[in-house]
Ligand binder design. Sequence first.
Ligand code: AMP
Length: 297
Amino acid sequence: MNRMLMLLNLLEIIIPKRTSAPLSYQTRFIVISPKWRARDDNQASTMKIMVAIKRVVDYAVKIRVKPDKMGVETNNVKMSMNPFCEIALEEALRIKESGLASEVVAVSMGPSQCVDTLRTGLAMGADRGIHVEATSVLYSLTVAKILKSLVEVEKPGLLFLGKQAIDDDCNQTGQMVAGLLSWPQATFASKVVLDKEKQVATVDREVDGGLETLSLDLPAVITTDLRLNQPRYATLPNIMKAKSKVIKKYTPQELNVDIKSDLEVIQVTEPPKRKAGVIVSSVDELIDKLKNEAHVI
Ligand code: AMP
């Protein structure tokens, strides 16, 4: 056994350090060589997590369509962090607090006011912010391309997104960026467990029939569902601290992303108004209405 360890230590001197080595290559060595395990522990504790947080119309606001029917009114409307992005950020912060990551970087794309959303994220506990400034509408594929470029710059071990943005309800960006990066993905996460040694995330996903559990090699993309956690409120001292945290600015051009989209919005309309309900006087009348008026039974 000692001779084997000596041989492996010798091999470690001969084999050049391959930081970009495939995961399976690294894990094979973790099992056998204590030296490799020590290096891998260090790698995990220095893992960076990137979280995409979107600025959206606050969930409690009654949405109004613009008179030209080309979008919804956002002037003088309360804007907030997309609720699913808050959950994504909370999860990243919890992972960092448990010692499995060293830095949480929040990213937001859109107009200059996205900086406010980033400051909220920094006040919740993110270490740094990145703002990719764009004044025109950014569709999911463009956002995914920008995220891919940022991942190439920042090299996070995990990329968290909300499962969907409550303004466009696209539910596409996480899947698209995972595809562009060729990273494994787990969408609709309701539980995330990281194995630091194996560099694996085990994720429970909310699917129609219940829960599905996936095991993903890191780096990976995870999109978060409602039941994953309860996001924290920012405390006053943390709001003050957030003012001095760094927010780096990029333009899409600096990240080599063309924001021109093949999608065109034709029209935005409000959902049809619901008709007022009726009060029925008996079960028979209810059954009659369901059968003969609503045609549902
Ligand atoms: P969607 O695919 O548009 O429903 O958005 C899903 C998730 O992608 C959101 O919850 C965010 O995490 C991320 N995302 C989408 N657009 C943006 C944006 N402009 N800035 C930051 N994150 C975004």
